[in-house]
Design a protein around this ligand. Sequence first.
Ligand SMILES: [Zn+2]
Length: 127
Amino acid sequence: MRTQDELLERFNDLLDLRADRLECGDGWIDIIWEALEKIEKCEKPSPDWKIQIIKEKFGGLRIQSFGFNQETDDIINLAERKSAYVCEVCGSNTGTHKKKNGWLKTICDKCDKYHDEKGVYPLSERV
Ligand SMILES: [Zn+2]
């Protein structure tokens, strides 16, 4: 299982994150990892191009940078679309959009139930 620290170290050359970390749940690490591996091999918009923001917004993954080209754009769009089906908490591919305390989250039924009972999300199985 991959951790956020592993991801940040592995793709250090590609990332210049404003928050110095991912602003989303660990359930999406595999999606992000896969996208960054592809971006690594593609032609960058510029030699010093970096990704500034990886976050959750309106229940979906957002990967943002200054400048893009068709290749990076396609890779990022695919990753963002995938996040609509993957639980942000545990990474299960049975995630669906749910409204939690007025916020849209993409989570699976198991994590949703856990949250309803305990008021927090389960610790990631990756920990
Ligand atoms: Zn889950």
